[in-house]
Design a protein around this ligand. Sequence first.
Ligand code: C2E
Ligand code: MG
Ligand code: MG
Ligand code: MG
Length: 283
Amino acid sequence: QAKRCGRNTIRFFDPTTHAAMEVRIGLEADLRTALLNNEFSLYYQIQTLDSGYITGAEALLRWHHPEQGLIAPVKFIPLTEEIGLITEIGYWTLETACIQLKAWADNPATAHLQLSVNVSPRQFHQDQFVEKVSAIITNTGIDASKLKLELTESLVLDDMNDTIKKMNRLKKMGVQFSLDDFGTGYSSLSYLTQLPLDQLKIDKSFVHNLTLKNADNVIVQTIIGMAITLGLDVIAEGVETAEQAAFLKANYCYHYQGYLFGKPVPLAEFEAALADMPPIKQD
Ligand code: C2E
Ligand code: MG
Ligand code: MG
Ligand code: MG
């Protein structure tokens, strides 16, 4: 959002602009040293089936600022996109996630876990993206089919040709793809069949309104139906209440991520939750 109304918006006589600018410049300087100073970490949020079976997690980036404490991604990721730092940070994230995947794979109790990793548009459309991902997969020794890259609609539509080519090359290695925040982007759905996707991820804005507004119920039902028709897995993000989960289940969506099941937490807490809730094998 900040990205969209950022550079092209001219505000006159706005007393907040100067202060906001100073905050931004400060953050920008701090961001440039954050990787070197080890200030980033990954949090993990459980993804479960209706049976309680934990299929894996989404890795979510956190910045531990030395003075300001934990800073949420919405406050710094758009800025890292803008100044080009996201590429470097993105590879750090991917490598850290893959090292974790490998550790899980080496333990029979966690070997089934998949890990979803967000990819920024700027990183994805960079020339060497496929080569770099491939090198990380090889160097960490992971089974690429356990890695799920989350792409947004705007990333995909930014350059369809580049997207399809890169997705196909990565698919050959076994990498999975999820379309994140689905439904919030573009109304044209014709592109869906052109992409080698594995999963649609229903945006939390629709899930939140599920039991309140009928209009959103229809949107969610339509997305689930579309996923089923296309042969894709469908997961709902932002599931907070049992009512929402029940609605989703009644409408054939059996895969969930949300506070109802667990918030994003540091690795140690995620692994404690796993141990508490031993995965129940389906079928
Ligand atoms: P996202 O990829 O759509 O991630 C889901 C966001 O929804 C996360 O916010 C998660 O904490 C939040 N969420 C999950 N369940 C619930 C729920 O039940 N209720 C509510 N209210 N929220 C829920 P988070 O961690 O703050 O991340 C925000 C966004 O920042 C992400 O949205 C993603 O677009 C971006 N992001 C996070 N980590 C990375 C990263 O490593 N790389 C890139 N490029 N972007 C990232
Ligand atoms: Mg995501
Ligand atoms: Mg999302
Ligand atoms: Mg979202």
